[in-house]
Design a protein around this ligand. Structure first.
Ligand SMILES: [Zn+2]
Length: 148
């Protein structure tokens, strides 16, 4: 029976520190440039790579939800499906700010050369700006979304 559960046995990908090609943690040397790989450094790089891809996918998820929230605003003025819009929007109105804050806390300080990451960060900042603007417009009653 193994003494510790080996969670690192799963092969993960990361960019070679020498040539930047995508390689995996099962390799002892890079198959593109032949650079020797340090196991611990490889695992750390692989963890960072998966965190970056999570950050990128989480950011696009929030952006999609923001689009859905805008859809719900229009939906609530329609007959029959209006309730879906009302409840859907009420949910997203809370969920989106929570997801944005969570993203910022988790990924803000991520150090990476991956060009997708600054793009994801920009998406989050713009979505947050949109949310803030929306709340300001609502509070000042410039936008009135309640159909009642
Ligand atoms: Zn290499």
């Amino acid at each position: 029976m193994p003494q510790t559960l080996n969670l690192t046995s799963e092969v993960q990908v990361f960019p070679c520190p020498n040539c930047g090609q995508t390689i995996n943690t099962s390799m002892q040397s890079c198959r593109f440039c032949g650079a020797l790989l340090d196991r611990d450094a490889s695992l750390q790089a692989a963890n960072e790579t998966s965190r970056v891809s999570k950050a990128v996918s989480d950011a696009s998820y929030v952006r999609i939800l923001a689009g859905v929230a805008i859809g719900f605003i229009f939906l609530r003025f329609l007959p029959f499906v209006g309730l879906i819009g009302i409840f859907g929007f009420a949910f997203l109105e809370i969920a989106i700010p929570v997801l944005l804050i969570r993203w910022w806390v988790r990924y803000r300080g991520l150090q990476t050369t991956d060009p997708d990451f600054p793009r994801a960060k920009k998406t989050v900042v713009l979505t947050a700006a949109g949310v803030v603007l929306f709340f300001v417009l609502r509070i000042t009653k410039i936008v009135v979304i309640s159909p009642f």
